[in-house]
Design a binder for this molecule. Structure first.
Ligand SMILES: Nc1nc2c(c(=O)[nH]1)N[C@H]1C(S)=C(S)[C@@H](COP(=O)(O)OP(=O)(O)OC[C@H]3O[C@@H](n4cnc5c(=O)[nH]c(N)nc54)[C@H](O)[C@@H]3O)O[C@H]1N2
Ligand SMILES: Nc1nc2c(c(=O)[nH]1)N[C@H]1C(S)=C(S)[C@@H](COP(=O)(O)OP(=O)(O)OC[C@H]3O[C@@H](n4cnc5c(=O)[nH]c(N)nc54)[C@H](O)[C@@H]3O)O[C@H]1N2
Ligand code: SF4
Ligand SMILES: [Mo]
Length: 693
């Protein structure tokens, strides 16, 4: 008899409800769960990969040690003994900071990791903590901290009630929404138009999302900050400033008026590539809409002025009263509240990286500094690295340099399920049970969702005999590193989860969630200010000094280009990819080659390129060869390559991914191109040169 199992897909931020039919341990089908109140049956092609990961012959099931003669299976006991002995030895000889850690993207999709990683960091006491945050959403956190008092106070666009949705640098039709958990996003965008509203997209590429938008404007990469300042300029010029109730607890509006004065639409049209008349029109439409929300994501986060962009985006929403109001940008009230015990205070620049003096933020250093911290000799040099859920060789700038740096380490341990481009350098890999063997509750993405919802997923399969969950690995490392000789009792994440739910706003419990396997809808986002602010004075800081000061970088020549590298390189995401790690699923990766260079038809003509012709692409840090794909759908002077490919490296044990290896975008991106305020990587607008092959 077949059975049905309901859960959340945890591969991306959309957390779609899925329905898995199975019989005697075999998965018969994976479909969208129509009774999930949030995702309403939506699903994308990646969900079936949950089965592929579960069955993947390349997935590691037991710890392995790298030897001269290849990988050897070892016991968990031997693995933990060696890992903890090495970490202790290196920290004793070379100091705490000699051991570094990189935590990658799937960490935030893993309940056990999210509820246990802090303890490991506490006992490592290293300043060399890195994560995917600094190649991603760091500017969102930075703006949230500077304006609202806490890095997790990230406002979410109220997409289901807005009348005007202004999107910069996001492609939710491919990414399924980010820092805007919104399953079934295409229909949610369609609904805005259906109710007479508008969706406006600002992107250097006419993306999949452009097809559902009411209008799309090509913008020159990294110039959004000027566009945003010009929109603000119009809001002041046309008297469209109307803070409503926010007036009572918002400071420094006049500073924004002064700042935006010099950025009239006319002064920014050349630099942004958007005409002054269009900027004027968009400014007044935004300011006069019944409700409106400006939202920016990766494209305006991973660029030179990422933090300025996110500050201005928040400010535009606030100035027009579209903040903490239906249809504007709002804060969530999750059932398990990550902010329950949060305090405000300084989390920036309390220490700096050793070599380049890049600033710490929320306890982490920017990952653009990782390879130089391994390669540069001297006191405080990184000698050992722990990676968890991460593949920084493919996902951080100048991946080739990091690839080489990892060979210089005295010791490396990876908590990961694959031997990939990064973990092939590890001395020991500790592979957790994964995916369908795990329970799930999304403590992170429920906090960034367009509705308040709660759902708990039981594991579908019992983990293999002797296997360990991520949280068990974390707890074991903590017990051993903290010097506990007696093994402490291990505590499944459900304990903390249940407590958090019970003490939360809705007084839920794990038992109640278990009785509702499709999830519980807790309603639309609600007004919560000024209560939820964590600034010391409980007021919104519209003009944080640290950001106002950073405006000096906009002065002359901020985006000048060298003739040697005439093209602006940007990235892209495809629906069937998921960063670097789903290419071992044949059904996701097969078909038309997606690892191509998109180039504008007029640029291709000028360079005499034919479609699919191989092109040599060079940047300051490297050269790759890749077939081109000629299109009208990308701005002149801009080229695009997806990230996460490049599986041809020696020693990678991913049989399918190797067949579709592709090349790595991050062998071109530059660890020296960054948001200089925070150190966040600037993948957008890396300068490159093209040569036909
Ligand atoms: N040029 C460019 N580079 C980018 C981006 C871009 O847009 N352009 N995007 C950036 C962004 S937004 C991100 S988030 C990063 C992502 O980059 P990373 O943080 O490196 O994450 P992934 O590439 O997703 O690698 C995931 C790793 O986790 C492992 N894994 C999967 N599931 C589990 C699990 O349950 N437990 C454990 N322990 N391991 C698991 C996989 O085997 C894989 O090694 O890439 C960034 N890199
Ligand atoms: N299918 C799939 N889904 C994913 C992922 C995946 O790899 N595959 N990754 C997940 C992760 S980790 C994340 S962080 C999210 C990201 O979610 P999104 O941010 O929605 O995804 P991206 O496709 O990176 O969209 C960034 C857009 O910014 C544009 N852009 C580049 N430079 C600029 C610029 O200077 N200005 C402007 N205005 N736009 C610019 C790009 O052309 C692109 O369309 O997606 C998540 N979902
Ligand atoms: S959109 Fe994301 S959460 Fe939904 S099925 Fe696809 S990968 Fe899973
Ligand atoms: Mo990300």
């Amino acid at each position: 008899m077949s059975k049905v199992h309901y859960r959340n897909c945890n591969l991306c931020e959309a957390i779609c409800g899925i329905e898995i039919k199975h019989e005697n341990g075999e998965i018969l089908s994976i479909a969208g769960d129509k009774n999930d109140p949030f995702s309403r049956g939506h699903i994308c092609p990646k969900a079936v990969a949950l089965k592929d990961i579960y069955l993947d012959a390349n997935r590691l099931k037991f710890p392995v040690r790298r030897t001269k003669n290849g990988w050897r299976q070892i016991s968990w006991e031997a693995a933990f003994d060696e890992v903890t002995a090495k970490i202790k030895e290196i920290q004793t000889c070379h100091g705490r900071n000699a051991v570094a850690i990189y935590q990658g993207n799937p960490s935030v999709h893993n309940l056990g990791t999210m509820l246990n990683n802090r303890e490991l960091l506490k006992c490592l006491k290293t300043q060399n903590s890195f994560s995917a945050t600094s190649v991603d959403q760091l500017p969102h956190h930075f703006a949230g901290w500077a304006m609202f008092g806490h890095p997790l106070l990230i406002p979410i666009p109220d997409i289901d009630r807005t009348d005007f949705f202004l999107i910069l640098g996001a492609n939710p039709l491919a990414s399924n929404g980010s820092l805007m958990t919104a399953p079934d996003v295409a229909n949610r965008l369609e609904a805005i138009k259906q109710r007479g509203g508008k969706v406006v997209l600002i992107d250097p590429r006419k993306t999949e999302t452009a097809r559902v938008a009411s209008e799309h404007h090509f913008v020159k990469p990294s110039s959004d900050v000027y566009f945003l300042l010009a929109i603000m300029n119009r809001l002041f010029a046309e008297n469209l400033i109307n803070l409503g109730k926010l007036k009572d607890f918002t400071d420094d509006i006049e500073i924004l008026r002064e700042i935006s004065k010099e950025f009239s639409p006319e002064t920014v049209e050349d630099i942004t590539g958007i005409s002054a008349s269009e900027i004027r029109r968009l400014g007044s439409e935004f300011g006069t809409a019944k409700s409106a929300v400006c939202y920016g994501r990766m494209g305006v986060s991973i660029q030179k002025f990422g933090s300025l962009c996110h500050w201005l985006i928040n400010s535009i929403n606030i100035l027009t009263g579209n903040f903490d109001r239906a249809g504007g940008a709002m804060f969530t009230a999750p059932a398990f509240d990550v902010l329950a015990a949060a305090k405000g205070g300084n989390v920036f620049n309390r220490w700096q990286s050793r070599v380049r003096r890049l600033p710490e933020f929320i306890g982490e250093l920017p990952v653009v500094a990782l390879s130089e911290e391994i390669l540069t000799e001297g006191e405080g040099q990184i000698k050992a690295l722990i990676t968890s859920c991460g593949n920084p060789v493919l996902s951080t700038p100048n991946g080739n340099q990091l690839d080489k740096a990892l060979e210089n380490l005295e010791f490396m341990v990876s908590i990961d399920i694959y031997i990939n481009e990064t973990t092939r350098h590890a001395d020991i890999i500790l592979p957790p049970a994964t995916g369908l063997e795990n329970s799930h509750y999304d403590v992170i993405f429920n906090a960034f969702a367009v509705r308040n919802t709660a759902k708990y997923s039981e594991p579908l399969f019992v983990k293999t005999d002797g296997a360990k969950y991520d949280w068990e690995i974390f707890q074991e490392l903590v017990h051993r590193l903290s010097g506990e000789t007696e093994h402490l009792k291990s505590e499944p994440p459900e304990v903390k989860l249940d407590l958090g739910l019970q003490f939360g706003k809705y007084k839920l419990s794990l038992a109640e969630l278990s009785e509702n396997p499709h999830g519980i809808d807790l309603g639309a986002l609600q007004e919560c200010l000024p209560n939820r602010l964590l600034t010391e004075n409980k007021r919104i800081n519209l003009a944080p000094e640290v950001l106002v000061k950073d405006l000096h970088r906009l002065k002359t020549g901020a985006l000048t280009v060298s003739e040697d590298f005439p093209f602006a390189l940007i990235g892209r995401r495809h629906l069937r990819d998921n960063n670097s790690w789903l290419h071992n699923s044949e059904r996701l990766v097969k078909g038309k080659n997606r690892c191509t260079l998109l180039i504008n038809a007029l640029d291709a003509e000028r360079l005499n390129l034919q479609n699919k012709q191989m092109v040599k692409v060079s940047s300051r840090v490297g050269t790759i060869e890749i077939p081109c794909e000629i299109t009208e759908n990308i701005g002149r002077g801009v080229v695009s390559i997806p990230h996460g490919y490049g599986h041809g490296r020696a020693g990678v044990k991913l049989d399918t991914a190797k067949k579709y290896a592709g090349v790595s975008l991050n062998d071109l991106t530059d660890e020296r191109v960054l948001d200089e305020l925070t150190g966040n990587a600037a993948f957008s607008n890396v300068r490159v040169r093209l040569e036909a092959r």
